[in-house]
Write a protein that binds this ligand. Structure first.
Ligand code: GEM
Ligand code: ZN
Length: 375
């Protein structure tokens, strides 16, 4: 039996793997950080053999409630990911079992989105007439910060979309892929009409170092990028520093920051109600966005979400708050579940790359319907 995680987004520590029915594992901390919850590893064993895994430090992870009702994802081919029976035990360990159908299988917290797929997405996007690829800076580990500009920069409305500030929230890049590919689809009337009025600035992965390192929330320097937007630094949070600098150059008329949430089994947005400059115009745009998205995508709901910020109490180190306050624009954090949409569960896959992708496509609907009202 062999367990390995020395690959893109790998994270596991093998405590004891002598007995297939009692394999003890532990999740490693993010780089230079106390955060941990993301895991991804590969088992190579015997087809037909039953295996039982126990993540013994689940109770020390960043979002322990995230394990309640959570099911581990698995894949034999790296393409199709399914859920396996998982128990969060009384001892607060994570226990999951599986009988191997083939010799090797991958297990992860959510379906990984590889750096190779990220690079392929960027390269294929920039091969279209409407898309320009810019490298606007470099990460802590020296990787490119990839910006895709879709449309004519002379267009009136500037729409910014960023994803995966938190690298373990890989559903965010699946979602960004769906939005981007629909936007680039020259047969899609809504996309073509939208690009008559707006230019899109898309960063499909804000944290490529953390993605490759198998981090949940941190970049290579241990920074939580979604707490760096008030005073980012080139040394500690270059990913935010350079994207924010580009935003200040282009201006922003609408912003969506795409994330995943460990605890809530729902798809929702967090808005800017706590911003000092929050006003009725922004409040109306937020409500219209929610209403339109709910109508085009029943996976989205407005009953469950984060507690509202008190007036004037927003944390301006958070991307959507800082952008909303700085540009007086519609500015949202979109959240998808690591678990499933409790309103519309899929027992085989839970929340999945495919559902994230489709949600991304439908984000264009409210942006299209609101384009005249954004400013
Ligand atoms: C959350 S977003 C923080 C709360 N935002 C608002 N507007 N209430 C974070 O960074 O903690 C996003 C996430 O981690 O998924
Ligand atoms: Zn997040």
């Amino acid at each position: 039996m062999n367990i390995n995680s020395q690959f893109d987004s790998g994270n596991i520590e093998v405590i004891n793997a002598t007995d297939p029915s009692n394999i003890s594992l532990a999740i490693k901390n993010d780089s230079n950080s106390e955060f941990k919850q993301w895991f991804h590893f590969k088992l190579t064993g015997q087809a037909g053999q039953d295996y039982q895994f126990e993540i013994i430090n689940a109770k020390e992870c960043s979002y322990v409630d995230g394990w309640k009702g959570y099911q581990v994802v698995a894949s034999y081919d790296g393409e199709h990911w399914f859920r396996v029976p998982t128990e969060f035990t009384e001892q607060q360990t994570l226990l999951f079992k599986h009988q191997l159908a083939y010799s090797s299988i991958q297990f992860a917290y959510f379906a990984p989105y590889s750096y190779q797929r990220h690079q392929a997405l960027v390269q294929s996007a920039q091969c279209t007439d409407s898309c320009q690829h810019q490298v606007i800076g470099h990460t802590v580990d020296g990787r490119d910060i990839d910006l895709l500009i879709i449309g004519d920069e002379a267009k009136a409305k500037k729409i910014w979309i960023i994803a995966r500030q938190h690298p373990g929230e890989s559903m965010a890049e699946w979602c960004a892929e769906g939005l981007l590919e629909r936007l680039l689809n020259e047969d899609d009337a809504l996309s073509r009409s939208l690009l008559n009025e707006a230019v899109f600035y898309i960063v499909p992965n804000m944290n490529v170092d953390g993605s490759i390192r198998g981090n949940l929330r941190s970049n290579a320097a241990g920074a939580n990028l979604n707490r760096e937007w008030l005073e980012p630094s080139v040394e500690k949070s270059p990913e935010v520093y350079f994207v924010r600098q580009k935003m200040l150059e282009t201006g922003v008329d609408a912003f969506i920051d795409i994330h995943g949430d460990e605890g809530l089994p729902y798809i929702f947005v967090a808005a800017s109600e706590g911003n000092p400059s929050y006003n009725e115009r922004i409040a109306a745009l937020e409500n219209d966005f929610r209403t339109i998205l709910k109508a085009v995508n029943p996976d989205f709901q407005t009953e469950y979400g984060y507690p509202l910020d008190e007036p004037g109490q927003a944390n301006l180190t958070v991307a959507s708050n800082w952008v909303g306050e700085t540009f007086d624009c519609l500015s949202l954090t979109l959240e998808m579940p690591f678990k499933d949409n409790a309103n519309l569960p899929n027992d085989e896959t839970g929340w999945s790359p495919e559902r994230s992708y489709l949600l991304g496509e439908t984000l264009l609907n409210p942006l299209y319907q609101l384009i005249e009202k954004l400013r």
